[in-house]
Design a protein around this ligand. Structure first.
Ligand code: DGL
Length: 278
C-alpha cells in the first residue's frame, strides 16, 4: 500500500492503443491547465477481442504503472477496459494500492448524458465484442433509466480498419454500412446511437452518412471532458493534487516511432512518445 494523499502529479489517461487519444484531446480542451500522461498498451492491443481476465490484468498493470508515475487520478479512456476491469480495480485493488487515488471510466459519464438526448428511449450502442459481451452498457442504462431499451452491436472490423489508417477509405464504407444496418434491424426505433469505443469517432462521418436522419450519433470525448471537469469541481481534495503545467507525455508499450506515426491519424499535432514496458 502506497497510501499517500499528498501525492501530486498528472492525470493518467489509459487506452489499449490509440483510441484514447480522441478522449485525451477533448479532455485537454475542457481542462487545458493540467498535466497529463497518456499510456497506450499498443503492443497488446486490441483488447476488444480478449477475455475478461486478460483485460483486467493488463489494465491493472497499466494503472499501477501510471500510479508509479505519480498520477493521483487515472481515466480508463477505453470502453473495453472500463467494461471489464474498472469495477474490480475500484472495489478490489484500489483499497489495497492506495485508497486516496481514483480510477474513472468512460461508460458511466456516457450513460448519464443520454437521458437528455433520446425521445424514444431506445438506445443503440456500437462497441467492441468485449464491451458488448460484458453487458455493461445495458446494466448502467437500466440503473439510471429502467424504461429504456438498449440494443448493443459489436463491430469487430472497425478498430483494425482505423488502426490501419483505412478509416476514410472507400473500403471502410462497406463495413460501416453493414453494421449500421444490422444495429437498426435489431430495433428500428433507436433515436440515439452511442459510439461505445474510443476509436469510433474516426468513422463518425461515414457512420452519420448511413444512419437515417433524426438519429443522434454520440461520440464520447466531449462529454467525458465535461464530466471530468464537473467531477474535479465536486472533489477539491483530488483537484488540488493535480499538477498544472499544461504538459502531456505520451507512453507506449510499442515502438515509439510507430506510435508517433500512427498517433497522427488521431491527433492534429505531432507527438514524441517514449517506449515503456509494463
Ligand atoms: N479503444 C477501445 C475501446 O474503447 C477499443 C480498442 C481495442 O479493442 O483495443 O473499447
Amino acid at each position: 500500500m502506497t497510501n499517500s494523499n499528498t501525492t501530486t502529479g498528472p492525470i493518467g489517461i489509459f487506452d489499449s492503443g490509440y483510441g484514447g487519444l480522441t478522449i485525451l484531446s477533448e479532455i485537454r480542451k475542457s481542462l487545458p491547465e493540467y498535466d497529463y500522461i497518456y499510456l497506450g498498451d499498443n503492443a497488446r492491443a486490441p483488447y476488444g477481442t480478449r477475455s475478461f481476465d486478460i483485460v483486467y490484468r493488463f489494465t491493472l498493470e497499466a494503472v499501477n504503472y501510471l500510479f508509479d508515475q505519480g498520477c493521483p487520478l487515472v481515466i480508463l479512456a477505453c470502453n473495453t477496459a472500463s467494461a471489464k476491469a474498472l469495477r474490480s480495480i475500484q472495489q478490489n485493488n484500489l483499497p489495497e494500492i492506495d485508497p486516496t487515488r481514483r480510477v474513472l471510466g468512460v461508460i458511466r459519464p456516457t450513460v448519464e448524458t443520454i437521458g437528455k438526448l433520446t425521445h424514444t428511449g431506445k438506445i443503440g450502442i456500437f462497441g467492441t465484442p468485449g464491451t458488448v459481451k460484458s453487458g455493461s452498457y445495458e446494466m448502467e442504462i437500466a440503473k439510471l433509466y429502467p424504461d429504456f431499451t438498449t440494443v448493443t452491436h459489436a463491430c469487430p472490423m472497425w478498430v483494425p480498419l482505423i488502426e490501419n489508417g483505412e478509416a476514410t477509405s472507400p473500403g471502410a464504407d462497406y463495413f460501416v454500412k453493414q453494421e449500421v444496418e444490422r444495429l437498426l434491424a435489431k430495433e428500428p426505433d433507436i433515436d440515439t446511437i452511442i459510439l461505445g469505443c474510443t476509436h469510433y469517432p474516426l468513422l463518425i462521418d461515414k457512420i452519420k452518412a448511413y444512419v437515417p436522419e433524426g438519429i443522434t450519433v454520440l461520440p464520447q470525448g466531449e462529454l467525458v471532458g465535461k464530466s471530468l471537469a464537473d467531477y474535479l469541481s465536486r472533489h477539491p481534495e483530488m483537484e488540488t493534487r493535480l499538477t498544472k503545467g499544461s504538459s502531456c507525455r505520451f507512453l507506449t508499450t510499442e515502438n515509439a516511432d510507430k506510435f508517433n506515426e500512427s498517433a497522427s491519424i488521431f491527433l492534429s499535432h505531432p507527438v514524441t512518445a517514449e517506449s515503456i514496458t509494463l
